[in-house]
Design a protein around this ligand. Structure first.
Ligand code: NDP
Ligand code: HSE
Length: 432
């Protein structure tokens, strides 16, 4: 029997960029949302650190508290909306809320990726819901697409730009010649970056997101530490310029593939051909390419960060959770993990790579380096030698597909050659 519930009450943990984005949509679109959700929403309590802070949302001052536990234990609250971030106290707060049968909506990818399985197990046990659309790719409805629209599909591959801050930085560096530091500052000012922006820059945020997507798509739980990760700190303007000359854009890609029950999962800066749809995704925008057995290729594109787009994802979860409350159908979609696949070790992964090095400009150098590649079975697709500056020549190599281990072995040997002055970190090249 449907529960008689015409008002669903919300308790917010946090009222920052995402919280204000969500609350403003709930306030502005109240009548439309009431009609669609078949219930009215009331925000009854909001936990923040500083209740005196000016916020871009009109909520009565008496709703604010500095005690987040008073939100999750408030008997009036039906849905706890966690938009505060961090592992603790967020985890303990959500466990407290779930154990009382409250539904939970969260935007916290770190929490989901690291401890989501525990939250989902508790939710299943007590028969309630955990929703987390906003945790991946801001305003793009990728979680509900995977959980609902693709529930019957076998997914082979997910390739995405899932971090808005790093995409913003790379775009501003390549398009406007801006420095890394200045672009990061702008991303922070616009509210895209994490509280600790090293989470974005060093690729942690993207590993959390690909862990969440892979768990749903492939049905397994992966520890984030098991995901290969490189951030964008090593990318400089010269990498971007050379890539551009060769016909590529540099993007921080998150990749997960499944083949014959073996999973490949990694996050790293990648040379993406300019003809590839992901190459055109700029600024804070995200895009996720999904390949399924029956649907073929699907591309999801939109704003991956910021208050209003992410707020929309939070609100859609609130409405879904409320419908379950109103119609007495909580815990319809629980954790779907069921397998324990092998994760392919990085040394075994095959990819194309781009390598740049400074060498002594004299006869026979190119041949010596090429012979190291050859002896390690690394096949070269193209090589460009830039005009020498004094005694130094700059060489750019593009390989055919080669195992990462063979590439690393070659590089270690090449670095020992007396004619090699410096070698830039290798860059992965997306070829599919
Ligand atoms: P903000 O820093 O803007 O907001 C965090 C809010 O939580 C603030 O209101 C802060 O209070 C409050 N808060 C933090 N710690 C506590 C605490 N211990 N007790 C009480 N209140 C607390 O973060 P965002 O809105 O940007 O991010 C929130 C979550 O959403 C994070 O998990 C983030 O990863 C995720 N996310 C963010 C996106 C974005 O574009 N920003 C996009 C998608 C997901 P006060 O305001 O007083 O400081
Ligand atoms: N810091 C994150 C990003 C926010 O830049 O993508 C959205 O998850």
């Amino acid at each position: 029997m449907p529960e008689d519930k015409s008002v669903v009450r919300l308790g917010f943990l946090g009222m920052g960029v995402v919280g204000c984005g969500a609350a403003n949509i709930l306030l502005k679109n109240a009548a439309m949302i009431e009609h669609r959700a078949r219930c009215r929403f009331e925000i009854v309590k909001v936990a923040v650190r500083n209740p005196k802070k000016q916020r871009p949302v009109k909520l009565p001052p008496e709703l604010y508290t500095t005690d987040p536990y008073s939100v999750v234990t408030d008997p009036r609250v039906d849905i706890v909306v966690e938009v505060m971030g961090g592992l603790e106290p967020a985890f303990d707060l959500l466990v407290t809320a779930l154990k009382q049968g409250k539904s939970v909506v969260t935007a916290n990818k770190e929490l989901l990726a690291k401890r989501g399985s525990e939250l989902l197990d508790i939710a299943k046990e007590v028969g309630t819901d955990v929703y987390f659309e906003a945790s991946v790719a801001g305003g793009i409805p990728i979680i509900s697409a995977l959980k609902q629209s693709l529930a019957g599909e076998t997914i082979h591959r997910i390739v995405g730009i899932v971090n808005g801050t790093t995409n913003y930085i790379l775009t501003r560096m390549s398009r406007d010649g801006m420095s890394f530091e200045q672009a990061l500052r702008e991303a922070q000012e616009k509210g895209f970056a994490e509280a600790d922006p090293t989470d974005d820059v060093d690729g942690h945020d993207a590993t959390y997101k690909i862990a969440i997507l892979a768990a749903i798509a492939f049905g397994f739980r992966i520890k984030v530490d098991a995901i290969y990760r490189e951030g964008i700190r090593n990318i400089d303007i010269s990498d971007i310029r050379y890539a551009d000359e060769l016909g590529y854009a540099i993007k921080l890609l998150a990749i997960a593939k499944q083949e014959d029950g073996v999973i490949e999962i990694r996050v790293h800066p990648t040379l993406v051909p300019k003809t590839h749809p992901l190459a055109a995704v700029s600024d804070q925008f995200n895009a996720i390419l999904i390949e399924g057995e029956n649907v073929g290729r699907l591309m999801f594109y939109g704003q991956g960060a910021g208050g209003p787009p992410t707020g929309n994802s939070v609100v859609s979860d609130i409405i879904d959770a409320a419908r379950n409350i109103v119609f007495g159908s909580k815990a319809r979609i629980v954790c779907t993990c069921r397998v324990n696949p092998k994760i392919k070790p990085i040394p075994e992964i095959e990819s194309r790579f781009c390598l740049r090095m400074d060498v002594v400009d004299k006869p026979g150098v190119l041949a010596r380096i090429a012979s190291v590649f050859g002896s390690n079975q690394v096949s070269i697709a193209s090589v460009i030698q830039k005009e020498s500056q004094g005694e130094t020549a700059h060489i750019v190599w593009l390989t055919h597909k080669t195992p990462y281990a063979a590439l690393q072995k070659s590089l270690n040997e090449i670095k020992q050659l007396d004619v090699v002055l410096s070698v830039r970190p290798p860059l992965w090249v997306e070829s599919d």
